[in-house]
Design a protein around this ligand. Structure first.
Ligand SMILES: Cc1ncc(COP(=O)(O)O)c(C=O)c1O
Length: 350
């Protein structure tokens, strides 16, 4: 049987032979003692890439987001984020459960924001009767927003206005590499706008495991304690840091190929019906299809795709997500470009 073309997520990639070789020749040590030279080098490298003082390697992007926000917001204080952001939709209430953080959200088209609208809902130093806003989290690119690249001028405006009233900013940069490649904005420029940053090596960059949280030396020292407390202290983990290093060396600029593939899929879908997606707005590797104008649910379409050898993600009753990544082959692309438009067309007339 032919291999399934797996468009569920950019997390499904397997390490290449060259990445495995880099991993197997890594120098390692006990990272809980900060003795792992490969982890130490990776942390220094990533911090430097974003112009930050320090970084901490951790098993997941959820953990690095949580370490960051707990360093900015105390129990009973507030984080603001977008309604469909990963922090509030997909981390299972971790900010409330582990850090006592309350969260309010704004609703932005495709996960976006306007600095003035976010500022309107802030409550800095709200006194003894109301919750005080301490941080704002921005997701870039925005996953459920279909890989949306946030406007850098809005980021700068929000930074200016929020820092003037003592509110910190966190970047959920699980896919900041995609935003960097799509927009041409330097990583250091992103770094200059945020107090804490979480980045993932295990999404588009293709490493099997690993994320990092970046900030000041003091905050990262505190995060190191909390990482251990959460059970995220790892030992000879340089094998995984070597995969991340390999990914940084080899897999950033090639993200443009994933973006081209996503655009091709989006364009083919938009030709069936413009209500499905605005293909012009697909700038990175995620195609978020809105099936509300069609006579089919995301689950039904997903099942039909699966019968044709294609995996995608049903993320809502009428929300189908297709993600391109470095393990997508030319034949996977041929298959989806052949099958998906036909199924959509059938659902349109049904
Ligand atoms: C935007 C975003 N942030 C954070 C994460 C969390 O990463 P992890 O799955 O490594 O916890 C994800 C995972 O898909 C994500 O899409």
């Amino acid at each position: 049987m032919n291999k399934l073309a797996d468009f569920r997520s950019d997390t499904v990639t397997k390490p290449s032979q060259a990445m495995i070789e880099a991993m197997s020749s890594a120098q390692v040590g006990d990272d809980v003692y900060s003795d792992d030279p490969t982890v130490n080098a990776l942390e220094a490298r990533v911090a430097q890439m974003f112009g930050k003082e320090a970084a901490l390697f951790a098993p997941s992007g959820s953990l690095t987001n949580q370490l960051a926000i707990r360093s900015l917001v105390k129990p009973g204080e507030e984080l603001l984020t977008e309604l469909t952001s990963h922090i509030v939709r997909a981390e299972l209430g971790a900010g409330a459960v582990f850090s006592g953080i309350t969260t309010r959200t704004w609703e932005g088209h495709r996960g976006s924001f306007k600095a003035s609208e976010v500022m309107r809902i802030t409550a800095p130093d709200a006194g003894p009767y109301l919750v005080s806003t301490k941080a704002i989290a921005i997701e870039n690119t925005h996953n459920f927003g279909g890989g949306f690249v946030q406007s850098f001028s809005e980021i700068k405006e929000l930074r200016k206005e929020s820092s003037a009233v003592g509110i910190n900013m966190h970047l959920d940069g699980a896919r900041i590499w995609n935003a960097h490649v799509a927009s041409g904005i330097a990583l250091k420029d992103f770094g200059s706008q945020f107090d804490t940053i979480s980045v993932c090596f295990s999404k588009g960059l293709g490493a099997p495991v690993g994320s990092a949280v970046l900030s000041t030396k003091d905050r990262i020292a505190e995060s190191r304690i909390w990482r251990k407390r959460y059970g995220g202290g790892m030992r000879q983990v340089g094998f995984l840091a070597a995969a991340a290093n390999y990914a940084l060396d080899n897999n950033i600029s090639r993200l443009k190929d994933d973006h081209i593939n996503a655009k091709r899929i989006a364009t083919a879908c938009a030709e069936i019906s413009p209500t499905l997606i605005d293909a012009v707005g697909v700038e990175t590797n995620i195609v978020a299809l809105d099936l509300s104008g069609l006579n089919i649910t995301a689950n039904e379409l997903n099942n039909q795709l699966k019968e044709a050898g294609i995996l995608a993600g049903a993320l809502g009753p009428k929300f189908l997500r297709v993600v391109t990544h470095l393990d997508i082959t030319d034949s996977d692309m041929e298959k989806i470009l052949d099958v998906l438009p036909k199924l959509l067309k059938r659902a349109l007339v049904a």
